[in-house]
Each structure stands twice: as structure tokens, then as C-alpha cells.
Design a protein around this ligand. Structure first.
Ligand code: GTP
Ligand code: MG
Length: 279
């Protein structure tokens, strides 16, 4: 059964535009969310990007499990044969690494142009990825200005926008894209956990319950300790009752509870967590 399918008009348009522009760029930066490195990787990305040189950024690494991030970084590098850099908006040490890598990946193209007798130009870099992974934030960090609009929900960037980083690098910010069909529904739920999917596309209680299941598998007991639940089972009802989230008739307010659980995870309050477990 499909719990989540989400392909709004602005994403269809963004994908079309991306395909139109890919021919004129030299390098692609793919941004993924370090908490779900597999679920936030666009399936069939090589096909979409027509084998352009690619740099992968595992962003939001400040929110992800440090050990898991190390393991995933190595595994993704081996599997994709691309450079993989961990990044976070709270740390600027990754900036020079990103710029050096872009320049290195784009150099072959610029040298080829000069050989043909053309003038050298800036390397053209397209930044792509699923919604809300932090594409615009990375661009702002690279230009040290708030030029690209950012925000906590999916679908903040609506149009492509070129930004000059320095005379040698131009970046194209693009709206987040998501596949037409979300084949793997467990991955789709994880995209909902990290706000990569518009919240109107799913039932928040269902998604929070899925979150509890996945957490129990990846981090047994963490939720029980976080919400101080002694019962054998942990669910929306007993968390709501423990926190005193009640609706009329002394019933558990499971909707409010679901929203709060997801917010506690998204903000990092629950700890540094990775939900795609490397096994
Ligand atoms: N904790 C943390 N938050 C981040 C990081 N990078 C971005 N964010 C936050 O994540 C949210 C999404 O960032 P954006 O840069 O707008 O993401 P985007 O990929 O451009 O999103 P769309 O344009 O909607 O596709 C914002 O609230 C950012 O402040 C990071 O490294 N760590
Ligand atoms: Mg954006």
C-alpha cells in the first residue's frame, strides 16, 4: 500500500527545468541529508545528470550520528566513485574543501575550451537534491551572504537562480526535486521525517508511529528514555498521556503528540540520529 505519494506541480516544473539546464553546466553538487543518506539520494541520479562530474555533500551532519556518518561517507564514496564531503550550516571548515573540489572537477572542461581557442570562463555548477536538504543554505554559506531564500519546509526555492561565488565559480540554485513515484515507501516515510515532503501529503500520526518503529529498530530504548516511558510498548497514546497532552474526555491527544515527536527529532533535541542504518 502507498502511504505517501507527492509530486506537486512545482516539482514537475523543477525537474523539467533541471533537464533543460543540465547541458550547460560543468559540475553538479548533489546535496543529501546525512540523517538519511540513502533515502535522500535521488534514484537514478546518473541518468538525470547525464554523467556530469559530481560532488556529493552530506549536509546537516550536525544532526546526524557521527559514527554512522563516517561509515556512510566511505560507503557512498566507494559506491558512487564521487568525492563526498560532510557539511553543516554551523561549520565553515567545509567551504574551502567544497571550492577546491569544484575547481578540480570543472578544470578539464575549462582547459578543453581554451584548447579550442575560446576564452576561459567560470566553472558552472548546478546544486541539486531533494527538497529541504539545505541546497540554498550551502550556496549562502559559499557567498557569505543571504542571497538564496531558505526555510524549514519543502519547496522554499521555486525558481532556478545563478549566483556568482567568485570569478571562477558560478552556482545554480535549483528547487528540490523528488521522483514522480516514491517506489520505496519506507524511504518516503523517512523523507517525511526530515520535512522533505510537504506535510499535506501524509497523515502525521501514521508517520510519527512509523518514526517510533524505525527508532526502536535503530536506537532501541532511546525514545523510552527520552519520553520516560516505562511500559513495555511505546506509542502515541502513552507518550501523550505521560506529557499530559489531553483532549476532551481525558483522551490522549495523539495528533499533537505526533507533531511534537517529529519536531523533537527535526530540531536535534533527541540527539544526533541517523535513520538509514548502515548494515
Ligand atoms: N541543523 C541544520 N540545519 C540546516 C543545515 N542546512 C540547512 N539547514 C536548515 O534546513 C532548512 C532547509 O534549508 P534550505 O537551504 O532552504 O534547503 P533547500 O534544499 O534549499 O530546500 P528547497 O529549496 O525547499 O528544496 C532551513 O531551515 C535551514 O536553516 C545544516 O547543515 N544543519
Ligand atoms: Mg532552496
Amino acid at each position: 500500500m502507498d502511504y505517501i505519494q507527492w509530486y506537486p506541480g512545482h516539482i514537475a516544473k523543477a525537474e523539467k527545468k533541471l533537464k533543460e539546464q543540465i547541458g550547460i553546466v560543468d559540475v553538479v553538487i548533489e546535496v543529501i541529508d546525512a540523517r538519511i543518506p540513502v533515502s535522500s539520494s535521488y534514484p537514478d541520479i546518473e541518468k538525470l545528470l547525464k554523467d556530469k562530474p559530481r560532488l556529493i555533500l552530506m549536509n546537516k551532519s550536525d544532526l546526524a550520528d557521527i559514527e554512522q556518518t563516517k561509515i556512510w561517507q566511505k560507503a557512498i564514496k566507494e559506491q558512487s566513485r564521487c568525492a563526498v564531503i560532510t557539511t553543516s550550516s554551523s561549520d565553515n571548515r567545509d567551504l574551502s574543501k567544497i571550492l577546491n573540489k569544484i575547481t578540480e572537477l570543472g578544470q578539464a572542461k575549462i582547459i578543453a575550451l581554451v584548447k579550442k581557442g575560446l576564452l576561459p570562463r567560470a566553472v558552472r555548477v548546478m546544486v541539486v537534491g531533494m527538497p529541504n536538504v539545505g541546497k540554498s543554505s550551502i550556496i549562502n554559506k559559499l557567498i557569505k551572504k543571504t542571497k538564496a531564500k531558505t526555510g524549514a519546509k519543502a519547496g522554499v526555492t521555486r525558481e532556478q537562480q545563478w549566483v556568482r561565488i567568485n570569478p571562477k565559480v558560478d552556482l545554480l540554485d535549483t528547487p528540490g526535486i523528488i521522483p514522480l513515484k516514491l517506489e520505496n515507501q519506507e524511504n518516503a516515510c523517512k523523507l517525511a521525517f526530515v520535512d522533505s515532503i510537504g506535510e499535506n501529503a501524509y497523515d502525521v500520526e501514521f508517520i510519527a508511529q512509523k518514526f517510533i518503529e524505525i527508532m526502536n529498530n535503530n536506537y532501541p530504548n532511546l525514545l523510552k528514555e527520552y519520553y520516560k516511558i516505562d511500559d513495555e510498548d511505546i506509542n502515541l497514546e502513552n507518550i501523550a498521556l505521560k506529557r499530559n497532552w489531553i483532549v476532551s474526555g481525558a483522551k490522549a491527544d495523539t495528533k499533537r503528540c505526533a507533531q511534537n515527536i517529529l519536531n523533537d527529532f527535526r530540531s536535534g533535541r533527541m540527539g544526533k540520529l541517523t535513520l538509514d542504518k548502515y548494515e
